[in-house]
Design a protein around this ligand. Structure first.
Ligand code: ATP
Ligand code: MG
Length: 477
Protein backbone atom coordinates (compact mmCIF):
# COMPACT_ATOMS: atom_id res chain seq x y z
CA UNK A 1 0.00 0.00 0.00
CA UNK A 2 1.28 3.48 -0.77
CA UNK A 3 0.26 6.48 1.28
CA UNK A 4 1.53 9.11 -1.06
CA UNK A 5 0.68 12.69 -0.25
CA UNK A 6 1.35 15.72 -2.38
CA UNK A 7 4.56 17.37 -1.37
CA UNK A 8 4.13 20.88 -0.03
CA UNK A 9 7.54 22.54 -0.16
CA UNK A 10 10.49 20.48 -1.26
CA UNK A 11 10.54 16.95 -2.60
CA UNK A 12 11.75 15.14 0.50
CA UNK A 13 10.92 11.47 0.67
CA UNK A 14 10.71 9.30 3.73
CA UNK A 15 10.40 5.55 3.55
CA UNK A 16 8.04 4.51 6.32
CA UNK A 17 8.52 0.85 7.28
CA UNK A 18 5.68 -0.40 9.46
CA UNK A 19 3.21 -3.25 9.25
CA UNK A 20 0.43 -1.01 10.64
CA UNK A 21 1.17 2.52 9.52
CA UNK A 22 -0.20 5.40 11.51
CA UNK A 23 -2.36 7.33 9.04
CA UNK A 24 -2.45 10.45 11.20
CA UNK A 25 1.32 10.50 11.27
CA UNK A 26 1.50 9.97 7.51
CA UNK A 27 -0.84 12.94 6.97
CA UNK A 28 1.17 15.08 9.35
CA UNK A 29 4.38 14.23 7.51
CA UNK A 30 2.75 15.01 4.19
CA UNK A 31 1.56 18.35 5.52
CA UNK A 32 5.10 19.04 6.67
CA UNK A 33 6.49 18.63 3.19
CA UNK A 34 7.35 14.95 3.11
CA UNK A 35 6.49 12.48 0.45
CA UNK A 36 5.72 9.28 2.36
CA UNK A 37 6.45 5.92 0.80
CA UNK A 38 5.12 3.08 2.82
CA UNK A 39 6.57 -0.43 3.03
CA UNK A 40 4.71 -3.05 5.02
CA UNK A 41 7.66 -5.40 5.11
CA UNK A 42 11.39 -5.40 4.59
CA UNK A 43 11.18 -7.02 1.15
CA UNK A 44 9.16 -4.05 -0.13
CA UNK A 45 11.47 -1.65 1.69
CA UNK A 46 14.50 -3.23 0.06
CA UNK A 47 12.93 -2.95 -3.38
CA UNK A 48 12.17 0.72 -2.86
CA UNK A 49 15.64 1.45 -1.54
CA UNK A 50 17.17 -0.35 -4.52
CA UNK A 51 15.07 1.69 -6.88
CA UNK A 52 15.77 5.18 -5.74
CA UNK A 53 17.53 7.75 -3.84
CA UNK A 54 16.04 7.22 -0.36
CA UNK A 55 17.82 9.44 2.08
CA UNK A 56 15.60 8.94 5.11
CA UNK A 57 13.79 5.98 6.58
CA UNK A 58 11.35 5.73 9.45
CA UNK A 59 11.11 2.28 10.95
CA UNK A 60 8.64 1.17 13.55
CA UNK A 61 9.93 -1.59 15.82
CA UNK A 62 7.12 -3.89 16.91
CA UNK A 63 6.69 -4.14 20.68
CA UNK A 64 7.42 -7.90 20.54
CA UNK A 65 10.53 -7.36 18.44
CA UNK A 66 12.86 -10.41 18.34
CA UNK A 67 16.50 -10.70 17.32
CA UNK A 68 15.33 -12.45 14.16
CA UNK A 69 13.12 -9.50 13.34
CA UNK A 70 16.01 -7.13 13.94
CA UNK A 71 18.38 -9.04 11.69
CA UNK A 72 15.82 -8.99 8.84
CA UNK A 73 15.45 -5.25 9.32
CA UNK A 74 19.22 -4.81 9.48
CA UNK A 75 19.61 -6.39 6.07
CA UNK A 76 17.66 -3.57 4.46
CA UNK A 77 19.06 -0.83 6.72
CA UNK A 78 22.73 -1.44 5.99
CA UNK A 79 23.01 0.86 3.04
CA UNK A 80 24.93 3.95 3.93
CA UNK A 81 22.91 6.40 1.85
CA UNK A 82 19.80 6.08 4.03
CA UNK A 83 19.64 7.53 7.56
CA UNK A 84 17.06 5.82 9.75
CA UNK A 85 14.89 7.05 12.59
CA UNK A 86 13.34 4.32 14.74
CA UNK A 87 9.99 4.47 16.52
CA UNK A 88 10.07 2.37 19.65
CA UNK A 89 7.73 1.51 22.51
CA UNK A 90 8.45 2.71 26.07
CA UNK A 91 11.06 0.51 27.76
CA UNK A 92 12.47 -0.88 24.51
CA UNK A 93 15.54 1.34 24.73
CA UNK A 94 16.51 -0.58 27.87
CA UNK A 95 16.56 -3.82 25.92
CA UNK A 96 20.20 -4.45 25.07
CA UNK A 97 19.47 -5.98 21.66
CA UNK A 98 17.33 -3.05 20.63
CA UNK A 99 19.66 -0.38 21.96
CA UNK A 100 22.57 -2.06 20.13
CA UNK A 101 20.48 -2.17 16.96
CA UNK A 102 19.63 1.52 17.23
CA UNK A 103 23.27 2.42 17.83
CA UNK A 104 24.41 0.38 14.86
CA UNK A 105 21.77 1.23 12.31
CA UNK A 106 19.84 4.33 13.28
CA UNK A 107 20.51 8.00 13.15
CA UNK A 108 17.94 8.76 15.88
CA UNK A 109 14.92 7.26 17.64
CA UNK A 110 11.65 8.43 19.18
CA UNK A 111 9.72 6.73 21.96
CA UNK A 112 5.96 6.42 21.92
CA UNK A 113 4.07 8.70 22.51
CA UNK A 114 6.24 11.10 20.51
CA UNK A 115 5.60 14.65 19.57
CA UNK A 116 5.12 14.84 15.83
CA UNK A 117 7.23 17.98 15.73
CA UNK A 118 10.08 16.14 17.39
CA UNK A 119 9.79 13.36 14.83
CA UNK A 120 9.74 15.78 11.91
CA UNK A 121 12.78 17.52 13.36
CA UNK A 122 14.65 14.17 13.57
CA UNK A 123 13.68 13.27 10.00
CA UNK A 124 14.75 16.69 8.72
CA UNK A 125 18.06 16.38 10.49
CA UNK A 126 18.59 12.86 9.11
CA UNK A 127 17.77 14.15 5.62
CA UNK A 128 20.12 17.10 5.95
CA UNK A 129 23.02 14.92 7.01
CA UNK A 130 22.36 12.36 4.34
CA UNK A 131 22.36 15.12 1.71
CA UNK A 132 25.86 16.13 2.81
CA UNK A 133 27.08 12.77 1.62
CA UNK A 134 28.14 13.47 -1.91
CA UNK A 135 28.22 10.62 -4.32
CA UNK A 136 31.72 9.16 -4.32
CA UNK A 137 34.02 10.97 -6.75
CA UNK A 138 35.19 7.64 -8.10
CA UNK A 139 32.94 4.63 -8.52
CA UNK A 140 33.22 1.89 -5.89
CA UNK A 141 36.46 0.08 -6.56
CA UNK A 142 35.74 -2.98 -8.58
CA UNK A 143 37.72 -5.51 -10.52
CA UNK A 144 38.84 -3.85 -13.70
CA UNK A 145 39.18 -5.28 -17.18
CA UNK A 146 42.03 -7.50 -16.04
CA UNK A 147 40.15 -8.84 -13.02
CA UNK A 148 42.22 -6.75 -10.63
CA UNK A 149 41.90 -3.59 -8.57
CA UNK A 150 44.62 -1.03 -9.11
CA UNK A 151 45.28 2.16 -11.01
CA UNK A 152 48.83 3.10 -10.03
CA UNK A 153 51.47 3.40 -12.71
CA UNK A 154 53.04 0.04 -11.79
CA UNK A 155 49.66 -1.69 -12.29
CA UNK A 156 48.96 0.17 -15.53
CA UNK A 157 52.27 -1.09 -16.81
CA UNK A 158 51.38 -4.61 -15.69
CA UNK A 159 48.04 -4.40 -17.58
CA UNK A 160 49.81 -3.27 -20.75
CA UNK A 161 52.21 -6.19 -20.45
CA UNK A 162 49.39 -8.64 -19.77
CA UNK A 163 47.75 -7.46 -23.00
CA UNK A 164 50.95 -7.99 -24.93
CA UNK A 165 51.46 -11.46 -23.45
CA UNK A 166 47.86 -12.39 -24.26
CA UNK A 167 48.44 -11.73 -27.92
CA UNK A 168 51.19 -14.35 -28.24
CA UNK A 169 51.60 -18.05 -27.53
CA UNK A 170 55.00 -17.74 -25.89
CA UNK A 171 55.48 -19.09 -22.35
CA UNK A 172 55.19 -16.45 -19.64
CA UNK A 173 56.86 -16.46 -16.28
CA UNK A 174 55.27 -14.38 -13.53
CA UNK A 175 57.53 -13.35 -10.67
CA UNK A 176 56.52 -11.52 -7.54
CA UNK A 177 56.30 -11.68 -3.79
CA UNK A 178 53.74 -13.79 -2.05
CA UNK A 179 50.14 -12.57 -2.39
CA UNK A 180 50.82 -9.98 -5.10
CA UNK A 181 48.40 -11.47 -7.63
CA UNK A 182 50.51 -13.84 -9.72
CA UNK A 183 47.62 -16.22 -10.22
CA UNK A 184 45.26 -13.37 -11.11
CA UNK A 185 47.76 -12.25 -13.72
CA UNK A 186 48.00 -15.75 -15.19
CA UNK A 187 44.20 -15.90 -15.40
CA UNK A 188 44.04 -12.45 -16.96
CA UNK A 189 46.47 -13.51 -19.69
CA UNK A 190 44.38 -16.60 -20.39
CA UNK A 191 41.08 -14.72 -20.36
CA UNK A 192 42.36 -12.15 -22.82
CA UNK A 193 44.03 -14.66 -25.13
CA UNK A 194 42.42 -16.54 -28.04
CA UNK A 195 42.34 -19.59 -25.71
CA UNK A 196 39.88 -17.87 -23.37
CA UNK A 197 37.03 -20.26 -24.16
CA UNK A 198 39.17 -23.27 -23.28
CA UNK A 199 40.40 -24.66 -19.97
CA UNK A 200 42.65 -22.81 -17.56
CA UNK A 201 44.30 -25.53 -15.47
CA UNK A 202 46.36 -24.54 -12.45
CA UNK A 203 48.66 -26.81 -10.52
CA UNK A 204 50.60 -25.82 -7.43
CA UNK A 205 53.90 -27.68 -7.70
CA UNK A 206 54.74 -27.01 -4.05
CA UNK A 207 51.49 -28.46 -2.72
CA UNK A 208 51.82 -31.90 -4.31
CA UNK A 209 54.26 -34.45 -2.87
CA UNK A 210 57.25 -34.78 -5.23
CA UNK A 211 56.57 -38.49 -5.73
CA UNK A 212 53.08 -37.76 -7.05
CA UNK A 213 53.76 -34.60 -9.05
CA UNK A 214 54.82 -36.37 -12.23
CA UNK A 215 51.70 -38.56 -12.30
CA UNK A 216 49.57 -35.51 -11.56
CA UNK A 217 51.07 -33.56 -14.45
CA UNK A 218 51.33 -36.31 -17.04
CA UNK A 219 48.66 -38.77 -15.92
CA UNK A 220 49.01 -42.51 -15.80
CA UNK A 221 47.63 -45.69 -17.28
CA UNK A 222 45.85 -48.31 -15.25
CA UNK A 223 48.37 -50.47 -13.38
CA UNK A 224 51.27 -48.05 -14.04
CA UNK A 225 52.21 -48.34 -10.37
CA UNK A 226 50.77 -49.83 -7.21
CA UNK A 227 47.52 -48.07 -6.53
CA UNK A 228 46.96 -46.92 -10.14
CA UNK A 229 43.59 -48.64 -10.34
CA UNK A 230 42.44 -46.76 -13.40
CA UNK A 231 43.68 -44.46 -16.10
CA UNK A 232 44.09 -40.85 -15.01
CA UNK A 233 44.39 -37.92 -17.35
CA UNK A 234 47.10 -35.54 -16.18
CA UNK A 235 46.80 -31.78 -15.78
CA UNK A 236 48.80 -31.05 -18.92
CA UNK A 237 46.47 -33.16 -21.02
CA UNK A 238 43.41 -31.58 -19.36
CA UNK A 239 44.70 -28.19 -20.42
CA UNK A 240 44.77 -29.22 -24.08
CA UNK A 241 43.93 -26.22 -26.27
CA UNK A 242 43.88 -24.06 -23.15
CA UNK A 243 46.41 -22.75 -20.65
CA UNK A 244 48.41 -24.58 -18.01
CA UNK A 245 49.45 -22.54 -14.99
CA UNK A 246 52.43 -24.05 -13.20
CA UNK A 247 52.37 -22.30 -9.84
CA UNK A 248 55.37 -22.37 -7.51
CA UNK A 249 57.48 -23.83 -10.30
CA UNK A 250 60.58 -22.96 -8.22
CA UNK A 251 59.68 -25.85 -5.91
CA UNK A 252 59.50 -28.45 -8.67
CA UNK A 253 61.75 -31.46 -7.95
CA UNK A 254 64.68 -32.04 -10.31
CA UNK A 255 63.40 -35.31 -11.83
CA UNK A 256 60.14 -33.64 -12.72
CA UNK A 257 61.96 -30.68 -14.27
CA UNK A 258 63.59 -33.00 -16.80
CA UNK A 259 60.26 -34.48 -17.94
CA UNK A 260 58.62 -31.06 -18.07
CA UNK A 261 61.46 -29.81 -20.26
CA UNK A 262 60.85 -32.66 -22.70
CA UNK A 263 57.18 -31.72 -22.91
CA UNK A 264 58.04 -28.07 -23.56
CA UNK A 265 60.53 -28.99 -26.27
CA UNK A 266 58.46 -31.59 -28.06
CA UNK A 267 54.87 -30.59 -27.32
CA UNK A 268 54.07 -34.19 -26.38
CA UNK A 269 53.49 -36.02 -23.13
CA UNK A 270 53.56 -39.62 -22.15
CA UNK A 271 51.30 -40.94 -19.41
CA UNK A 272 53.13 -43.02 -16.79
CA UNK A 273 52.91 -46.61 -17.93
CA UNK A 274 51.73 -45.44 -21.34
CA UNK A 275 53.13 -46.67 -24.60
CA UNK A 276 53.56 -43.67 -26.75
CA UNK A 277 53.69 -39.89 -26.87
CA UNK A 278 50.47 -37.88 -27.02
CA UNK A 279 50.45 -34.56 -28.81
CA UNK A 280 49.12 -31.68 -26.71
CA UNK A 281 48.55 -28.04 -27.52
CA UNK A 282 49.03 -26.15 -24.27
CA UNK A 283 50.11 -22.62 -23.51
CA UNK A 284 52.26 -22.52 -20.39
CA UNK A 285 52.35 -19.81 -17.75
CA UNK A 286 54.46 -20.33 -14.67
CA UNK A 287 55.03 -18.44 -11.45
CA UNK A 288 56.95 -18.60 -8.25
CA UNK A 289 57.68 -16.41 -5.28
CA UNK A 290 61.25 -17.75 -4.97
CA UNK A 291 64.17 -16.09 -6.72
CA UNK A 292 64.42 -18.33 -9.79
CA UNK A 293 67.67 -16.75 -10.99
CA UNK A 294 69.27 -17.62 -7.68
CA UNK A 295 67.78 -21.15 -7.86
CA UNK A 296 69.45 -21.59 -11.28
CA UNK A 297 72.78 -20.28 -9.92
CA UNK A 298 72.55 -22.67 -6.98
CA UNK A 299 71.80 -25.59 -9.29
CA UNK A 300 68.33 -26.13 -7.81
CA UNK A 301 66.61 -25.27 -11.06
CA UNK A 302 67.67 -26.37 -14.55
CA UNK A 303 68.83 -23.46 -16.62
CA UNK A 304 67.54 -25.01 -19.87
CA UNK A 305 64.06 -25.27 -18.33
CA UNK A 306 64.38 -21.73 -17.02
CA UNK A 307 65.01 -20.41 -20.52
CA UNK A 308 62.08 -22.37 -21.92
CA UNK A 309 59.69 -21.02 -19.29
CA UNK A 310 60.89 -17.45 -19.06
CA UNK A 311 60.48 -16.36 -22.66
CA UNK A 312 58.26 -13.50 -21.48
CA UNK A 313 58.59 -12.28 -17.94
CA UNK A 314 56.19 -10.26 -15.81
CA UNK A 315 56.89 -8.93 -12.36
CA UNK A 316 54.07 -8.22 -9.94
CA UNK A 317 54.65 -4.95 -8.10
CA UNK A 318 54.66 -5.44 -4.32
CA UNK A 319 51.87 -3.63 -2.48
CA UNK A 320 54.28 -1.15 -0.87
CA UNK A 321 54.98 0.24 -4.36
CA UNK A 322 51.33 0.74 -5.29
CA UNK A 323 50.73 4.06 -3.51
CA UNK A 324 47.05 5.06 -3.59
CA UNK A 325 46.02 1.56 -4.66
CA UNK A 326 46.22 0.56 -1.00
CA UNK A 327 43.13 2.67 -0.35
CA UNK A 328 41.37 1.30 -3.43
CA UNK A 329 42.12 -2.27 -2.44
CA UNK A 330 41.02 -1.66 1.14
CA UNK A 331 37.70 -0.22 -0.06
CA UNK A 332 37.32 -3.11 -2.45
CA UNK A 333 37.87 -5.56 0.42
CA UNK A 334 35.37 -3.62 2.51
CA UNK A 335 32.76 -3.77 -0.24
CA UNK A 336 33.31 -7.54 -0.51
CA UNK A 337 33.03 -8.27 3.20
CA UNK A 338 30.81 -5.47 4.50
CA UNK A 339 28.01 -7.96 5.01
CA UNK A 340 30.16 -10.06 7.40
CA UNK A 341 29.97 -7.37 10.05
CA UNK A 342 27.15 -7.15 12.53
CA UNK A 343 26.67 -3.43 11.98
CA UNK A 344 26.21 -0.86 9.30
CA UNK A 345 29.73 0.14 8.40
CA UNK A 346 30.16 3.44 6.68
CA UNK A 347 33.75 3.00 5.60
CA UNK A 348 37.37 3.28 6.58
CA UNK A 349 38.49 6.17 8.75
CA UNK A 350 41.36 8.29 7.55
CA UNK A 351 43.62 7.06 10.36
CA UNK A 352 42.99 3.51 9.10
CA UNK A 353 44.10 4.53 5.61
CA UNK A 354 47.23 6.18 7.04
CA UNK A 355 48.03 3.07 9.11
CA UNK A 356 47.61 0.88 6.02
CA UNK A 357 49.78 3.16 3.91
CA UNK A 358 52.58 3.02 6.50
CA UNK A 359 52.54 -0.74 7.00
CA UNK A 360 55.04 -2.76 4.91
CA UNK A 361 52.58 -5.63 4.05
CA UNK A 362 54.84 -8.68 3.87
CA UNK A 363 51.84 -10.72 2.66
CA UNK A 364 50.86 -8.06 0.13
CA UNK A 365 47.32 -7.91 -1.29
CA UNK A 366 46.16 -11.12 0.35
CA UNK A 367 47.25 -9.83 3.76
CA UNK A 368 45.58 -6.46 3.19
CA UNK A 369 42.28 -8.07 2.17
CA UNK A 370 42.34 -10.41 5.18
CA UNK A 371 43.18 -7.54 7.48
CA UNK A 372 40.17 -5.49 6.32
CA UNK A 373 37.95 -8.55 6.49
CA UNK A 374 38.99 -9.18 10.09
CA UNK A 375 38.41 -5.54 10.98
CA UNK A 376 34.89 -5.64 9.47
CA UNK A 377 34.01 -8.34 11.97
CA UNK A 378 35.83 -6.91 14.97
CA UNK A 379 35.07 -3.19 14.63
CA UNK A 380 32.54 -1.66 16.97
CA UNK A 381 31.91 1.70 15.38
CA UNK A 382 30.53 3.03 12.13
CA UNK A 383 34.00 3.33 10.63
CA UNK A 384 36.93 0.95 10.63
CA UNK A 385 39.68 2.66 12.58
CA UNK A 386 43.43 2.09 12.66
CA UNK A 387 42.88 0.34 15.97
CA UNK A 388 40.44 -2.13 14.43
CA UNK A 389 43.05 -3.13 11.86
CA UNK A 390 45.45 -4.21 14.62
CA UNK A 391 48.51 -3.46 12.52
CA UNK A 392 51.80 -3.18 14.37
CA UNK A 393 52.87 0.43 14.83
CA UNK A 394 54.97 1.67 11.95
CA UNK A 395 58.49 2.44 12.95
CA UNK A 396 58.16 6.14 12.64
CA UNK A 397 61.39 7.01 14.41
CA UNK A 398 63.02 10.34 13.63
CA UNK A 399 64.90 10.46 10.35
CA UNK A 400 68.51 9.38 10.63
CA UNK A 401 70.87 12.35 10.36
CA UNK A 402 74.27 12.34 8.70
CA UNK A 403 75.87 12.84 12.11
CA UNK A 404 74.13 9.72 13.40
CA UNK A 405 75.28 7.72 10.38
CA UNK A 406 78.87 8.91 10.90
CA UNK A 407 78.87 8.10 14.56
CA UNK A 408 77.46 4.62 13.92
CA UNK A 409 80.10 3.98 11.26
CA UNK A 410 82.83 5.14 13.66
CA UNK A 411 81.55 2.90 16.43
CA UNK A 412 81.35 -0.13 14.10
CA UNK A 413 84.86 0.47 12.74
CA UNK A 414 86.37 0.63 16.23
CA UNK A 415 84.50 -2.41 17.40
CA UNK A 416 85.60 -4.47 14.41
CA UNK A 417 89.23 -3.34 14.70
CA UNK A 418 89.24 -4.29 18.38
CA UNK A 419 87.79 -7.70 17.59
CA UNK A 420 90.26 -8.32 14.77
CA UNK A 421 93.22 -7.52 17.01
CA UNK A 422 92.07 -9.43 20.05
CA UNK A 423 91.42 -6.18 21.90
CA UNK A 424 95.07 -5.13 21.71
CA UNK A 425 94.70 -1.39 21.69
CA UNK A 426 98.04 -0.54 20.09
CA UNK A 427 97.37 -2.74 17.07
CA UNK A 428 93.75 -1.62 16.71
CA UNK A 429 94.81 2.03 16.96
CA UNK A 430 97.51 1.50 14.31
CA UNK A 431 95.01 -0.06 11.94
CA UNK A 432 92.57 2.77 12.47
CA UNK A 433 95.32 5.36 11.98
CA UNK A 434 94.81 7.00 15.37
CA UNK A 435 96.79 7.20 18.56
CA UNK A 436 96.18 4.86 21.47
CA UNK A 437 94.98 7.81 23.52
CA UNK A 438 92.43 8.75 20.89
CA UNK A 439 91.26 5.16 20.61
CA UNK A 440 90.92 4.99 24.35
CA UNK A 441 88.82 8.19 24.34
CA UNK A 442 86.62 6.91 21.54
CA UNK A 443 86.05 3.59 23.26
CA UNK A 444 84.76 5.48 26.24
CA UNK A 445 82.72 7.95 24.24
CA UNK A 446 81.03 5.11 22.35
CA UNK A 447 80.64 2.99 25.47
CA UNK A 448 82.39 0.07 23.84
CA UNK A 449 83.73 -2.95 25.64
CA UNK A 450 87.45 -3.04 26.03
CA UNK A 451 87.76 -6.79 26.03
CA UNK A 452 86.05 -9.80 24.50
CA UNK A 453 82.70 -10.66 25.99
CA UNK A 454 83.62 -14.29 26.57
CA UNK A 455 86.69 -13.77 28.67
CA UNK A 456 89.81 -11.80 29.38
CA UNK A 457 92.52 -11.35 26.81
CA UNK A 458 95.70 -12.49 28.45
CA UNK A 459 99.37 -12.61 27.84
CA UNK A 460 98.86 -16.23 26.97
CA UNK A 461 96.76 -15.31 23.94
CA UNK A 462 99.04 -12.54 22.87
CA UNK A 463 97.69 -9.32 24.46
CA UNK A 464 100.51 -6.87 24.88
CA UNK A 465 101.62 -5.94 28.35
CA UNK A 466 100.93 -2.25 27.99
CA UNK A 467 97.35 -2.87 26.97
CA UNK A 468 96.86 -5.30 29.78
CA UNK A 469 98.10 -2.76 32.28
CA UNK A 470 95.95 -0.09 30.71
CA UNK A 471 92.89 -2.30 30.91
CA UNK A 472 93.60 -3.03 34.52
CA UNK A 473 93.98 0.65 35.27
CA UNK A 474 90.73 1.48 33.51
CA UNK A 475 88.85 -1.25 35.28
CA UNK A 476 89.65 0.55 38.51
CA UNK A 477 88.10 3.81 37.33
N1 ATP B 1 45.09 -6.31 -7.77
C1 ATP B 1 44.25 -7.09 -7.08
N2 ATP B 1 42.96 -6.78 -7.02
C2 ATP B 1 42.08 -7.54 -6.31
N3 ATP B 1 42.43 -8.65 -5.64
C3 ATP B 1 43.71 -9.01 -5.69
C4 ATP B 1 44.70 -8.26 -6.41
N4 ATP B 1 45.88 -8.87 -6.26
C5 ATP B 1 45.67 -9.94 -5.50
N5 ATP B 1 44.37 -10.04 -5.15
C6 ATP B 1 43.76 -11.06 -4.29
O1 ATP B 1 44.78 -11.42 -3.36
C7 ATP B 1 44.85 -12.82 -3.19
C8 ATP B 1 46.20 -13.32 -3.65
O2 ATP B 1 46.28 -13.26 -5.07
P1 ATP B 1 47.02 -14.40 -5.90
O3 ATP B 1 46.68 -15.76 -5.38
O4 ATP B 1 46.79 -14.15 -7.34
O5 ATP B 1 48.50 -14.03 -5.49
P2 ATP B 1 49.82 -14.90 -5.66
O6 ATP B 1 50.89 -13.93 -5.99
O7 ATP B 1 49.58 -16.02 -6.60
O8 ATP B 1 49.99 -15.42 -4.18
P3 ATP B 1 50.95 -16.64 -3.68
O9 ATP B 1 52.35 -16.14 -3.76
O10 ATP B 1 50.53 -16.85 -2.28
O11 ATP B 1 50.69 -17.79 -4.58
C9 ATP B 1 43.69 -13.38 -3.98
O12 ATP B 1 42.57 -13.47 -3.12
C10 ATP B 1 43.43 -12.34 -5.04
O13 ATP B 1 42.10 -12.36 -5.48
MG1 MG C 1 49.77 -18.11 -6.25
Amino acid sequence: MNTTCTPVETERTVLYVSNSPDQDLASFLAASGWQVMHAKNTATAERLIERGNIKVGLVELPSDCTSQHLSVLASCMRRVETNWVAQIAPGQAENELISRFILDYCFDFVTRPWLNDRLVFALGHAHGLSSLRHPPAAPEPSLGRHGMVGQCEAMQQLYRRIDKCSATEAPVFVAGESGTGKELTARAIHERSPRAGQAFVAINCAAIPPSLLQAELFGHERGAFTGALQRKIGRIESANEGTLFLDEIGDMPHECQAVLLRFLQEGTIERLGGNGPIKVDVRVISATHVDLDRAVEDGRFRSDLYHRLCVLRLIEPPLRERGGDIKLLANYALSMYRQDGARKLRGLSSDAIVAMSNYPWPGNVRELINCVRRAVVMSEGRFITANDLGLPEAENGPAVTLAEIRSKAEKDAIEHALQRHGYRLSEAAAELGISRATLYRLIHANRLHQEPAAGRASHANGADADDEAERHARSLV
